[in-house]
Design a protein around this ligand. Sequence first.
Ligand SMILES: *[C@@H]1O[C@H](CO)[C@@H](O)[C@H](O)[C@H]1NC(C)=O
Ligand SMILES: *[C@@H]1O[C@H](CO)[C@@H](O)[C@H](O)[C@H]1NC(C)=O
Ligand SMILES: *[C@@H]1O[C@H](CO)[C@@H](O)[C@H](O)[C@H]1NC(C)=O
Ligand SMILES: *[C@@H]1O[C@H](CO)[C@@H](O)[C@H](O)[C@H]1NC(C)=O
Ligand SMILES: *[C@@H]1O[C@H](CO)[C@@H](O)[C@H](O)[C@H]1NC(C)=O
Length: 287
Amino acid sequence: MLLPAGLIALALATIVSADDNAVSVSTLDFKNRFQQSGIVPEVIAALDPSVSFYVSYRAAADGHTELLVPGSSLTIAEAGVPLEFSVENLNNATNITAQTRYLIYLVCCQTQESQSDAQTEQLDADAPARDNPSARNLRHYLAGNYTLSPAMSSVLTTAQRLAVSPQVFFPFTPFTQPNPQPNTGIHRFIYALYVQPARFNTVGFESVGMEQETANWNLSRWRTQLGLGPAIGATFFTIDTTANGGQGVSSNGTSVLTPGAAAGLRASLHTVGLAVVMAVLGFVTLF
Ligand SMILES: *[C@@H]1O[C@H](CO)[C@@H](O)[C@H](O)[C@H]1NC(C)=O
Ligand SMILES: *[C@@H]1O[C@H](CO)[C@@H](O)[C@H](O)[C@H]1NC(C)=O
Ligand SMILES: *[C@@H]1O[C@H](CO)[C@@H](O)[C@H](O)[C@H]1NC(C)=O
Ligand SMILES: *[C@@H]1O[C@H](CO)[C@@H](O)[C@H](O)[C@H]1NC(C)=O
Ligand SMILES: *[C@@H]1O[C@H](CO)[C@@H](O)[C@H](O)[C@H]1NC(C)=O
């Protein structure tokens, strides 16, 4: 079995500190934040999540593991290390069994908002129609065969991990670290979770003609091509390339959209064990 180069470095990371104050985000809050940010409908035509979908990352300030709440602002370095995927309320999603597999993507696109208005991203006057997202998307990651792990999230104890074993890990698009150019505005990055149609338990996405090309990814055409239902969960973060010499700013686990609500999400508890999860996820990192 061949492993990505970054894996060894990740597996050697021994002690990781976790956020001990992470709080759940309701599916309604996820939905609202996607709308407030304009991602719905600019990037995704609609989002009605049945699960709370979380990613965790390592905060630049203190190295602690933080829960990505929808709308978090990350630095480029933070965005390059997704440590763990997890979900809450999976029993609320339809057609889920213990055997169900999932696929996850990361896509980016740039906002057209004014940089001073990051908290209430305004749609352009000529905002696209709901059924015709107009954003130009770049795919940073796409992989299937994730399953629900019996292990709980190391950051949010009520969330269950999603993991993919190395034997069935064939990322269609290996993870490439977000690295937007300085002074190109605020970029939005979206992770989304879908139920994987059963046919892809044995064949890859190329079997239905999906192209390797990552630029100008048309999400609605892709969904039709793969026969996917709507995303069952999604989350997003931003990178502000106008700040910090283009490296972006960290919101330290708080959402830029609700600055008050997440106060107190700062980390302090020390835990171990994420190295195993990182090895399972098998991310390629480009440090
Ligand atoms: C689960 O779905 C029901 C019905 O759609 C909804 O009322 C409830 O709020 C959902 N529960 C959670 C935790 O999202
Ligand atoms: C659930 O499965 C049934 C039977 O396979 C199918 O008809 C239905 O469209 C599925 N629902 C969703 C939301 O995927
Ligand atoms: C899932 O794993 C199988 C091997 O068990 C592989 O053939 C298939 O391509 C994988 N599907 C995806 C979407 O990665
Ligand atoms: C994406 O694909 C859909 C369906 O094929 C098409 O209607 C739409 O115009 C495409 N969007 C872009 C931006 O190309
Ligand atoms: C995040 O933490 C760092 C270091 O503690 C601090 O310099 C920075 O201002 C914080 N960012 C926010 C948005 O609070």
